[in-house]
Structure formats: structure tokens, C-alpha cells
Design a protein around this ligand. Sequence first.
Ligand SMILES: [Zn+2]
Length: 202
Amino acid sequence: MRSISEDISQYGFVRRVWLCMTRKLPPSLSHLDELNWEILIVTGDDVTDYFAIVCSGGKIIASTALIELHSSDVELATMLAHEVAHIMARHGVEMCTKVELISMIDCVLNLFVLIDFYETCEFEADYIGLLLMAAAGYDPRQAPKFYEKMTMFDEPVKFPLLARFLDSHPSSKERAKAVARPEIMQEALILYKDARGRRGVE
Ligand SMILES: [Zn+2]
């Protein structure tokens, strides 16, 4: 059972990091301002309540449990940047097109195509999110730690094919590894140093 959280301190924390992150973004990303961003925190009491999602209009829904787990500014910025990245990459629109296409083809095997697509979206949002948080002045070297913390929810895989069929998200271990890849981290570090330079703190 989930309900809207009334935890004012958590809303205050999210609002502070959100403003801090969005104010520091470079002018080239000012079009993101046009969306009607809103963050809703929900509360619940089982393990699946560690989640965050974003709707195409700009509404981010995150659980209290996930925010408590990632209680530092940089961790929350990693999570928020990932959700914003889904919007930037228009994953919602692409997802609808793909689902429509697959329902037309009507073949179970095509579910694998859809799951592959979900995974690609997650990796893509992790990558764009990494660049976004770095451009906002958050240290991208902290992002792999965010995903490593989530590995406690990675299930031991007994039947990889079945697990692949049932789970649309890549494992947190894979995601931590992907954002830590040197070529990606290097790109993010350039943006991070540039952001720090703009603020004259380094
Ligand atoms: Zn995602």
C-alpha cells in the first residue's frame, strides 16, 4: 500500500538539491525549464518501494525508502539527473511507439525486443544523467557508488533466461560498471571541471 508522503524534511531536501542542480546547469539546457516539473514522494512498506520514475510531462515520483537510502546531495542528484535524462532522451515517446509496433506484430518473442529496449533506455539515462549531474557541478565519480548501493536489490540469478524475460532493468552491478567506464567518466569529468571552474571554486 502506497500513499503520498507528508515528510516535510524530505521534501525540503529534494527541493534544495533540485534547485541547486537545475540552477547550475549550463544555458544550453535551459529548454528543460519549459516542462512543468513536479516531484512527488510516496511512502510504502515493502522492498519494492525503493523506486523512482518520471512521467513524460515532467512529474518525478520517488519513494521515501529510496530517498532515505540515498541521503547525500550527490546521491540524490544522481537519481534526479537519471530521471531528467529519460525525459531528455524522449524515452516515453519511443516506448509508446515500440509498444504499438509490438502489439501490431503480436509475437511473444518480441517481448524480448521490448525488454532489450527498456535496458537500453536505462543505460542511456544513466549515461545522460551522469553528464547532467557533472554539468551541474556534482562529482560524477560518486555516481557508480549510487548504483553499487542498489546492488543489494540485485537478485541472485538462477535462471538467467527467465530472469531476463521477467526483469526489464539491467542489474545495478552492470549499471555501476557502465557509468564507471573510463571513456564515459572522462567525458563527465570534463563537464564537472568546467562547472566547478564557472563557479570559481577550483
Ligand atoms: Zn530509469
